[in-house]
Design a protein around this ligand. Structure first.
Ligand code: ZN
Length: 229
């Protein structure tokens, strides 16, 4: 794993900027579909805002030692998105901005020992709080693209895309799927799976889009993959 804590902190700031730059929609704009099945742009924005609040719970946990999970329940998670997507555009955008700023303030206030404190992710993994910036950077960077507001994978920094590909390959290695040999100019990965490895060659941004289950247009010829998360 080549990413560092400081890389992830930088990617959160950068991804948040891209996200807020993309999220300049009126009510009609937010109602447009996103590339995610069944989700409008408003669903994406509400999900990212709720994610900031959920990760702020982990920051609180790390700061105080008081267990505060990301979401009280899966139902609460869904209800938060549904409430958020029904907000008027200006309120949804400000929720997105303020929840991100609040998370940033919380992270900035943690000392070294608090950053090392164990917290539990929504997927039930126990990780040190230093993983929170990585979890958030994936959300802001990938969903900045999902908002379909002019940000593409090619706008994301190459070191983030490399770390993302590495992360998704590790995750997909544990699930059924075709064997792949992924080759970008910057790096390559072997994804174990069924059959002879299919060579998928392309730009880093296109491989990242493909591995995360996003549309790569006509940029790649590659077998279909299942959902990522
Ligand atoms: Zn997400």
């Amino acid at each position: 794993m080549s990413r560092t804590f400081h890389d992830a902190r930088r990617w959160v700031r950068l991804g948040t900027e891209l996200l807020l730059r993309a999220a300049r929609f009126d009510d009609a704009g937010y109602a447009e579909p996103s590339p995610l099945p069944g989700w409008s742009r408003a669903h994406v924005a509400a999900h990212v805002a709720a994610n900031a609040e959920a990760l702020s719970n982990l920051v609180h946990w790390a700061a105080t030692g008081e267990p505060t999970p990301m979401y009280a329940s899966p139902e609460e998670r869904v209800a938060g998105i549904e409430r958020g997507r029904a907000l008027p555009a200006a309120e949804l955008t400000s929720w997105l901005r303020e929840s991100a700023a609040e998370l940033e303030r919380g992270m900035a206030a943690l000392d070294e020992e608090q950053w090392r404190a164990p917290v539990v992710t929504a997927q039930g993994r126990t990780v040190p709080a230093t993983e929170v910036p990585w979890l958030r950077s994936r959300e802001v960077c990938v969903h900045a693209v999902d908002l379909a507001g002019g940000v593409s994978f090619a706008d994301l920094p190459a070191d983030f895309l490399t770390a993302l590909c590495e992360d998704v390959v590790a995750k997909r290695s544990a699930a059924p799927g075709p064997a792949l040999s992924l080759r970008a100019p910057e790096a390559d990965w072997e994804l174990p799976g069924e059959g002879e490895p299919v060579v998928v060659k392309g730009e880093l941004a296109d491989l990242a889009a493909y591995l995360t289950g996003r549309d790569t247009g006509a940029a790649l010829s590659a077998p279909t993959l299942g959902a990522w998360l």
